[in-house]
Design a protein around this ligand. Structure first.
Ligand code: UDP
Ligand code: MN
Length: 248
């Protein structure tokens, strides 16, 4: 059987949320054997996301956990608690099969990135931890793992080259087996500097030597760290509201 791909997506309420989720669902729906773990950064499951998921036509799990207010500041990493909630769900769901779990692969899919379908074919064969280039990130057209003789030997990056794993969240996948056999591996708030989330997490479960390069020895960009422009709502009415209430 095909290994299941588990996509953990943190998401939060904002004007573009439903548009982002629509685009993401349209991609995921074309991927076989994908389970979407959508984690709302909120005190509860919202009506908008609940209704959306019910109609999305995808196997999914809907979780929520609010980011503590003190962590909602510019310069601090985002979505730490939500990714950990996804990890906790995966471990809980597979708790009876810690040694020989169902074949599965986990990756972290932010709601605003752009994913090619080829990316899922590549990550599906992850044995432990696989890596690939990410486009439009780190102040460059792309960042990528440098590969020699099939092994990762360094990083092509223009930003904080001292990172042990100089890779964006969108640039790696982890087998379910590795997630279950490292039950304490989580994203950390304490001591985690900006841009170090990925390295902090990956060093708990693997080494650079062990990484499996994908996307033709990391020479193809199959995912882009796109970011959506903030919407202009300057002309929203304060009175003379529309006569119908519309979810956007
Ligand atoms: N996110 C979240 N709560 C927040 C900010 C972001 O859950 O307060 C989610 C967001 O929906 C996305 C991920 O965390 O899936 C990464 O956030 P963002 O895309 O803003 O980060 P960047 O593009 O700057 O890396
Ligand atoms: Mn983003």
């Amino acid at each position: 059987p095909l290994p299941t791909i588990y996509a953990i997506t943190p998401t939060y309420s904002r004007p573009v949320q439903k548009a982002e989720l629509t685009r993401l669902a349209n991609t995921f729906r074309q991927v076989a054997q994908l389970h979407w773990i959508l984690v709302e950064d909120a005190a509860g499951r919202s009506e908008l996301v609940s209704r959306f998921l019910a109609r999305a036509g995808l196997p999914s799990t809907h979780l929520h956990v609010p980011t503590p207010r003190r962590y909602k500041r510019p310069g601090l990493p985002r979505a730490t608690e939500q990714r950990n909630a996804g990890l906790a769900w995966l471990r809980q769901t597979h708790r009876h099969e810690p040694q020989r779990p169902q074949p599965g692969v986990l990756f972290f899919a932010d709601d605003d990135n752009t994913y090619s379908l080829e990316l899922f074919q590549e990550m599906r064969t992850t044995r432990k931890v696989s890596v690939w280039p990410v486009g439009l990130v780190g102040g460059r057209r792309y960042e990528r793992p440098l590969v020699e003789n099939g092994k990762v030997v360094g990083w092509y990056t223009g930003w904080r080259a001292d990172r042990p794993f100089a890779i964006d969240m969108a640039g790696f996948a982890v087998s379910l087996q590795v997630i279950l056999s490292n039950p304490k591996a989580v994203f950390k708030r304490r001591g985690s500097q900006p841009g170090m989330q990925e390295s902090d997490f990956l060093k708990q479960i693997t080494t650079v030597e062990e990484l499996e390069p994908k996307a033709n020895n990391c020479t193809k960009v199959l995912v882009w760290h796109t970011r959506t422009e903030k919407v202009n709502l300057a002309n929203e009415p304060k009175y003379h509201l529309d006569t119908v209430k519309i979810e956007v």
